[in-house]
Design a binder for this molecule. Sequence first.
Ligand SMILES: Nc1ncnc2c1ncn2[C@@H]1O[C@H](COP(=O)(O)OP(=O)(O)OP(=O)(O)O)[C@@H](O)[C@H]1O
Ligand SMILES: [Mg+2]
Length: 281
Amino acid sequence: MSNILEIEWLGFRYPDSPRKAISDFDLAVPEGEIVVLAGPSGCGKSTLLRAVNGLIPHMYSGEYTGSVRVGGTNVKESSMRDLAQKVGFLFQNPENQIFMFTVERDIAFGLENLGVPRPEMRARVDEAMRLLDIGELALRAPHELSDGQKQRVALAGVLAMEPRLVILDEPTSLLDPKTASELVGLVARLRKELGTTFVVVEHRLDLLVKVADRIVVMSDGRKALEGTPAEVLFGEDAESYGVSTPSITRLQKMLAKDGLVPQGELMTTAELATSLEGGRS
Ligand SMILES: Nc1ncnc2c1ncn2[C@@H]1O[C@H](COP(=O)(O)OP(=O)(O)OP(=O)(O)O)[C@@H](O)[C@H]1O
Ligand SMILES: [Mg+2]
């Protein structure tokens, strides 16, 4: 499978900052994966996403080394206009992504900027609303919606651009647990239906471990750990990098240590219970 994202030896220092925000960073993401980016506050997660969507180096100047390629194209050598069609980006706060007076105009905003012809725009907006199940909100005012609905509208605007890669920076931080879990379910469905690749910065690993193919842990601008959720979370080091292991996984780890359950795959509560029952009979 080809890599939709290839980061090679990336380094970046913001102007006037004494130290690099990103150092010697390598990452290759095959098309269709869901990758979670974790690590303590200030380790460089948002900076890395800026280097993927092109805000770095096009909007933020600074000392830049190495390369970032999206779909084979070097981000540094692309225009923001081209990148906007390749990389979809969801801000943490959907308020920052709401511009228009109705939901459908809002979803069409990016397409209008690109000068996409009306009939195609209509079709793409309708498809995005269908995918996110927000058709009935089409004529509502975005600022009157709930946080979860706003998040869906913002994501619909991103999807209408038909990007192959979508990057999300802490998308659930403003959402209640139920809405957050719905958003994660949505990411999994979009990957399945459209084959979209997702790179998600997220602290709530409990929600994402079930759908993620890979977790990358950053520390001080560098890649500290990389592996499947099971490899990273069962490893010795994750917690020392400030990654909070979901409590069910911590329980599995303890039980596995005593030989009561296997430790190959991450188990859900129900799977743990079944495994324990089986062990007793
Ligand atoms: N615009 C900026 N100008 C100068 N320094 C910045 C800027 N944005 C971030 N930094 C610095 O770069 C480093 C990485 O910050 P970044 O925001 O990428 O971390 P983060 O992992 O996203 O943190 P958080 O989890 O708090 O969002 C930090 O030391 C931060 O202070
Ligand atoms: Mg951040």
